[in-house]
Every structure is written in structure tokens, then in C-alpha cells.
Ligand binder design. Structure first.
Ligand code: SAH
Ligand code: SF4
Ligand code: F3S
Length: 454
């Protein structure tokens, strides 16, 4: 490759882990075209904004980011250079034409299902053509992806996309399209490659990952449990996780897998959204609060140390104080190790956007604070209960302080440990010494510390 061919690519990513994954795959696709990733927009040859549409002001945020970044493009072009600016992801999918009209500075607009077509799009953009690509192509992008990936010890692997569930508040079925599962063979092959590249942990990704139903070459349909079972057979893969799951797809096989497959980590993100049956119904979640409690109990029966995290929406239209209290009670009953919680925001085009019995903003804020305080207290309790225990830690990177490494416990807690850099990428026994609301501190367990504690 000549020096001229070295081009700088800056990708800014919002949204869920699917988007994080997509961004790294876009970088993989663009690498053979001479682009290598950089950490900032200065002097970039291409900027991609990989956007999320899930909550309000998503589009506004994108426009103000475009406004901020435009000066880099202007500077570059004043020097006779060229910069391609692109909007990708779910805002591009939902608002492609609007962005095209409103932001003449944008050269490429493309949705989440099209990034395997990036080389063609770049070619057009280089020919000064503006590109909009928001189709849902018949051919899967997964079959057209390079396999090269520099993913580190904790890798992500996208196995399923899209959603057919149509919760009344949610844009995902519209931005990501219908549910689609990759073939088990292609997933296992990618897992082998990730393992060969040093991955010790693989997190299987999908908007509805436990709805996974991939068709194998022999025509048999594999569920997520079967897929995890096969993946666990790869020696170098020591830890397996999956996200995001839906309570409705938590079938018996998958529950059993949590008991049988030791490599499946004891942390599960299982969004519930609300603890009120009335609200769950209005959300079209198709499960009750008690059904959720039962699933949690069944999972704990087979894997007693399993910890849970969840997603909550407060202030959905029609939510009363009692409905909110039902949510608080569910949290007290289940006990979560963490959660994402949001104030409901109406998304254009979704059924809930037409609902009229809206909850006041100040009420939403108060409910959110109350809920977050309870979850934070539960998380702190859990973290504190770990002090003094020995836990396995996968070290992922250098920590913020000198000499420290950062990693995750099996329960997905962040942990900082004084340790030699050569332990990055390794799974190491660590004694937990301190706990705060957000993270743990630990010491590598050595023969000396074993003697000390004996
Ligand atoms: N597929 C996953 C979640 C996808 S979106 C699931 O079914 O749970 C991630 C989270 O964003 C959701 O779980 C929900 O808590 C939140 N969210 C989605 N739409 C929202 C909206 N309109 N307002 C507020 N929060 C929303
Ligand atoms: Fe959205 Fe519901 Fe699908 Fe999750 S299951 S992506 S919340 S529609
Ligand atoms: Fe956001 Fe799209 Fe993910 S809307 S949450 S980036 S699927």
C-alpha cells in the first residue's frame, strides 16, 4: 500500500451493542480500501456517525454533531483535501431523506442492513455523488463481511438482528427490520476465528438474541441453547454471554443451558420494562410481572449464583403511582445487579406515540430517581457481598491508574487490579478487596496471598 492510500477513518458510535459491533465491522470493511481508524475527527478522510434512534432528540443530536464536525470538513477541503461525511445506523434508516435535504454536507446515508455495500457507496461518494441507502436487502450483510477483526479478549459476535415483537413504544422493528438469524455454521466459524485471534470470551449479540432460530445446512433449526452448547465446545472460548434477551423467548432449553453449561456466565440482562401488568399489556410485552418472576426463579433454580440486570421505562402513558409501585415491588422481589432505566419518550410512528394519557415530566423524573436509587442500593449490596471472595477476572485493558488493569468478573462487574500488563487477555484469580457503587477493586491471587489467607 502506498503512503497516499493511508486514509484516516473516524467513527462515532451511539446506541446499543449492535451498533458498537457494526462500527467495528465497518472499520473492517473499509480497511482494505486504505482506511485505518483514528480517535478523533481532525484531518479525517472519512467520518461516520453511527446513530441510534431509540429515544427522543436522537435526530437533533445528529444534526448538532454534524454542525460541530462540518468545520473539519471545511478545513480539509480548504487545503485541497477531501472528506467523506456519513450518517449510518438507525437515525439514517428512519430519517434518511430528511438528513439528505437538511444536511448538504453529508455524502453518504446508509441504514444498518447495508454496510457490506460500503465499498460501492464510497466509490460513488468519491465521484461526488450523494448516496442514500436505506433498503433492507434480501442478501444478508453477514454473508458479505470480511472475517478480519481486532477484537481483543472479550469479543462480540452478532447472531441475530431485527425484531418482530412490536412493543408499542419501540422503533427497533422499524429501524432494524424483521427478525433474522444467521446460520449456525457461519456463527461457529466466526467464533473459531475470534478464538484464534485471542478471544477468551464471546458475547452473542442480537436485538432479540434468545429468539435466535438459525437454520443449519441439514435443514434443522437451532435455538440459542444449542448454539451456546456448540460454542462451549471450542476450547479456547472460556466464557460465553448473550444480550439482549426477551422474557418471552426464555425457553426451557435455554434455562437448562444456564445450569448445564459452566462457560455460560452467571449474569443475565433480561429487560422487563415494568412491573405492572396493565402497563406491560399496553406496551405489548406479552408477559406478566409474575411470569417474569417465575422465569427468574426457574433460572436461579438451575444456577443459584445467577445475577440479573434489566431495562425499565418509567412514565409510560397511563402509568399511575400504583403501577410504578408495582415496578418497585418487582425490583425488590427480584433484586438486580444493575439496570438501564429511562423516562418514556414518544417515538414517531410507534403505536404508543398516539396514546393520550401522558405522564407529567416531573412525575417521570421523580419515578426515575426513586427507581435508580433502589437499583443502585441493590448493586452496592451485591458488590459489597463480593468483598473477600476470590473471583475470576478477564483482564481487558490498562486501567486509569498506573499499574492497574481493568477487567470484568463473571457477574460483569468492572474491577480494577494492580497487575502486570502481560495479564491483559488472561483470566486470572483475583481476591476482591473493596467495593464501590460502580466497581470493585482486587488483588491478583498469588501463592503468597493464598498462604496469607490460609
Ligand atoms: N430488545 C430489547 C431492547 C431494545 S431497546 C428488549 O426487548 O428489551 C433498549 C431499551 O431502550 C429498551 O429495553 C427500553 O427500556 C428502552 N426504550 C426503548 N424505546 C423507548 C422509548 N420510546 N422511551 C424510553 N425508553 C425506550
Ligand atoms: Fe423493541 Fe420490544 Fe423488539 Fe425489544 S422486543 S427491540 S423493546 S420491539
Ligand atoms: Fe439504538 Fe438502533 Fe440499537 S435505535 S438501541 S442503535 S437498534
Amino acid at each position: 500500500m502506498t503512503e497516499n492510500a493511508k486514509k484516516k477513518l473516524f467513527i462515532k458510535t451511539w446506541g446499543c451493542q449492535m451498533n458498537v459491533y457494526d462500527s467495528s465491522r465497518m472499520a473492517d470493511i473499509l480497511r482494505p480500501l486504505g482506511y485505518s481508524s483514528v480517535d478523533g475527527p481532525e484531518d479525517a478522510d472519512m467520518i461516520i456517525l453511527n446513530t441510534c434512534h431509540i429515544r427522543e432528540k436522537a435526530t437533533d443530536k445528529v444534526f448538532s454533531e454534524i454542525g460541530r464536525l462540518k468545520k473539519h470538513k471545511d478545513e480539509k477541503e480548504a487545503k485541497g483535501g477531501k472528506m467523506i461525511m456519513a450518517v449510518a445506523g438507525c437515525v439514517a434508516q428512519a430519517e434518511g431523506d430528511f438528513i439528505l435535504q437538511r444536511a448538504p454536507v453529508i455524502d453518504m446515508i446508509f441504514g444498518p442492513q447495508t454496510y457490506h455495500e460500503l465499498p460501492e457507496m464510497v466509490l460513488k461518494a468519491n465521484g461526488n455523488e450523494r448516496v442514500v441507502n436505506t433498503d433492507f436487502p434480501v442478501i444478508s450483510k453477514f454473508d458479505h463481511m470480511p472475517t478480519e477483526q481486532n477484537q481483543g479478549a472479550a469479543a462480540f459476535l452478532s447472531i441475530q438482528e431485527g425484531c418482530d415483537k412490536f412493543c408499542t413504544f419501540c422503533v427497533v422493528p422499524y429501524t432494524r427490520g424483521a427478525e433474522y438469524s444467521r446460520s449456525p455454521e457461519s456463527i461457529i466459524e466466526e467464533a473459531h476465528k475470534l478464538a484464534d485471534n485471542g478471544a477468551k470470551e464471546i458475547t452473542l449479540l442480537g436485538q432479540n438474541v434468545n429468539a435466535y432460530h438459525g437454520e443449519a445446512k441439514d435443514g434443522k433449526i437451532w435455538g440459542l441453547a444449542r448454539l451456546i452448547e456448540e460454542m462451549a465446545k471450542i476450547d479456547a472460548v472460556k466464557q460465553i454471554r448473550y444480550t439482549t434477551s426477551h422474557p418471552r423467548d426464555m425457553d426451557d432449553d435455554l434455562i437448562r443451558a444456564h445450569g448445564d453449561i459452566k462457560k455460560l456466565m452467571p449474569f443475565l440482562h433480561l429487560p422487563v420494562q415494568s412491573g405492572s401488568d396493565k402497563i406491560l399489556k399496553a406496551m405489548n410485552r406479552k408477559h406478566t410481572a409474575d411470569r417474569y418472576r417465575d422465569i427468574v426463579a426457574d433460572l436461579r433454580k438451575v444456577r443459584p449464583d445467577l445475577v440479573f440486570s434489566s431495562d425499565f421505562i418509567v412514565g409510560f402513558p397511563g402509568e399511575t403511582d400504583q403501577d410504578h409501585e408495582d415496578t418497585m415491588q418487582l425490583i425488590r422481589d427480584v433484586v438486580f445487579a444493575s439496570a438501564y432505566s429511562f423516562k418514556y419518550s414518544a417515538r414517531p410512528g410507534t403505536p404508543a406515540a398516539n396514546m393520550t394519557n401522558l405522564v407529567r415530566e416531573d412525575v417521570k423524573s421523580a419515578r426515575l430517581t426513586e427507581l435508580q436509587e433502589l437499583i443502585a442500593a441493590q448493586y452496592l449490596d451485591f458488590n459489597k457481598s463480593c468483598v473477600g471472595t476470590t473471583t475470576q477476572v478477564l483482564f481487558e485493558r490498562k486501567g486509569r491508574r498506573d499499574g492497574q488493569l481493568q477487567g470484568r468478573t463473571p457477574f460483569y462487574q468492572a474491577i480494577n487490579v494492580q497487575a502486570n500488563e502481560r495479564l491483559i487477555g488472561e483470566i486470572v484469580d483475583v481476591i476482591v478487596t473493596e467495593a464501590t457503587a460502580n466497581a470493585l477493586v482486587g488483588e491478583v491471587k498469588t501463592s503468597e496471598s493464598i498462604l496469607k489467607s490460609a
